[in-house]
Write a protein that binds this ligand. Structure first.
Ligand code: SF4
Length: 480
């Protein structure tokens, strides 16, 4: 069903999906920082991926030209997104697929649940997909009596551990192999009780369990890394081959894709298929790149559906500065170089999108008020901008969103109240002179070194309160 909305595009609705955390970033980060095992796991994983990625990027003499091309293609896509999406819809339909338009998470969950229920299956296999995590599809399926089984190894670890993903590419980055063994022993059906924490043994246990599931489940749900408008081709890149199994074995394949993932031509893929593996996993090419165009009679899924998801993206597109976040190809390079992410991990960001990209994507999808602490979850060091293969200026976006937050008059903050009070005081000379005298008095009565009182105390937690001079300019002038 196609829905048409007039007026300003809506942000992602509340109460569904995983774009909002339970607590603001500083409180959640404090909890993560107190976990030394988590910090060790993160440091080891991000350092390893960073080094691998840097080595293969150094081998590519045209890396900067590829980045320029990737950024230019994405800017072109955003400038004519409606036209490209209609072209994609026509091409997928021509090839025997069915396209569904979902304005938000609620609509997307309803569409997918009805499609699965229509097949009569009470179980689906899933390829790792950020879009389905964003909308909370697993919860919606479970509520309808349908069991979703994640088939990506890291996603499976997260699902069996009743946990949340903490990295875009390596969702179980916060777990070490001893913890994974414990999860498998506790929650994986039919696991050998003598299982060790040897990585090969853990992978073999997951493979045994998943193979049976692949062979006996008639419906699969995937995301898509790219969709080619000119041919209606969808593409998924992955490292384990589980995606290939999901995309070819079942009778019905349902793909949920954010509307920003479309590219104009097949040729544009060549740029992204070079950028993505080097920036993400530090490989020269993806181990498995699966592409499919509608239905091929007698070969692969015979029912192919594409759900085009908005869920706040049109609202992001309406912001001339903010829309560059839609260029993201989810490589996770910005996470791996971020000093804040490396210390706090992904859960502190609350949203399914962690790290620098999460700090600018989630507040835009939900509206800044609902994720107000995230644009401040950065030192603005710029490492994310340097690492991004499509050159998204994340520091610029962070500052843009901070400005939007503090100027949001509907929700005054301590900072905006303080600034308004300062502006009023400076506008009234007598009041300003009195404030200067009061500041000196504050120094005399011993506030030196103790910071500001609440509610402004947060400002001086990590800053020294400037000391007022012994004599003001006005007093000095009057003495002349
Ligand atoms: S913002 Fe750039 S570096 Fe970060 S995940 Fe997206 S494409 Fe990768």
């Amino acid at each position: 069903m196609t829905s048409t909305f007039l007026g300003m595009p809506a942000t992602a609705p509340r109460g569904v999906g995983h774009l909002r955390g339970d607590q603001p970033f500083p409180a959640a980060a404090r909890r993560s920082l107190a976990d030394p095992q988590l910090r060790r796991n993160l440091r080891h994983a991000t350092t390893t991926i960073r080094a691998k990625s840097a080595a293969v990027i150094a081998e590519a003499p045209d890396w900067q030209q590829l980045r320029d091309a990737g950024a230019a293609i994405k800017a072109d896509v955003m400038s004519r997104l409606p036209e490209l999406l209609e072209q994609l819809e026509a091409a997928v339909t021509r090839a025997g697929g069915t396209v569904h338009w979902a304005a938000d998470a609620v609509e997307a969950n309803r569409i997918v649940t009805e499609l699965v229920a229509g097949t009569g299956s009470d179980r689906v296999i899933k390829v790792k997909s950020m879009a389905t995590q964003e909308i909370g599809l697993n919860e919606a399926l479970e509520a309808a009596g349908i069991t979703p089984v994640e088939t990506d190894l890291a996603e499976l670890i997260v699902q069996l551990g009743d946990d949340r993903p903490s990295h875009i590419l390596v969702p179980a980055i916060h777990r070490n192999r001893a913890e994974i063994r414990e999860i498998f022993l506790r929650a994986m059906p039919g696991v050998d009780p003598a299982l060790t924490d040897d990585p090969a043994a853990l992978a073999a246990a997951a493979r045994r369990y998943l193979r049976q599931t692949f062979l006996h489940t008639p419906v699969a749900i995937s995301g898509a890394n790219f969709a080619v408008a000119e041919t209606g081709t969808l593409a998924v890149v992955e490292s384990e081959g589980n995606g290939r199994m999901c995309l070819t074995l079942p009778d019905t394949l349902i793909t949920v894709m954010g509307i920003e993932k479309v590219v104009p031509t097949w040729r544009d893929l060549e740029v992204f298929l070079q950028l993505l593996p080097r920036a993400s996993t530090g490989e020269r090419m993806n181990p498995y790149t699966s592409m499919w165009t509608g239905v091929t009679p007698g070969d692969g899924p015979q029912q192919v559906h594409l759900v085009l998801l908005d869920n706040g993206r049109s609202a992001v597109l309406a912001d001339e500065v903010g829309r560059q976040v839609l260029h993201c190809i989810r490589c996770s390079a910005c996470l791996n170089v971020c000093p804040v992410y490396e210390r706090t991990g992904g859960h502190a960001y609350g949203s399914v999108y962690p790290g620098p990209i999460g700090a600018v994507l989630s507040p835009q999808l939900t509206g800044v008020a609902d994720n107000a602490s995230l644009p401040y979850a950065s030192s603005l060091c710029g490492a994310c901008f340097d690492a991004c293969p499509v050159m998204i200026n994340i520091p610029e976006l962070l500052v843009h969103l901070r400005a939007e937050h503090v100027t949001d008059r509907r929700r005054p903050t301590a900072e905006s109240i303080a600034m308004a009070a300062a502006a009023y005081t400076m506008d009234h000379p007598a009041l300003y002179a009195a404030a200067q005298r009061a500041a000196r008095l504050g120094k005399v009565v011993g506030r030196r070194g103790r910071g500001l009182p609440p509610p402004l105390s947060g400002w001086t937690v990590s800053r020294d309160l400037p000391q007022p001079p012994p004599q003001t300019f006005r007093e000095w002038w009057a003495e002349l």
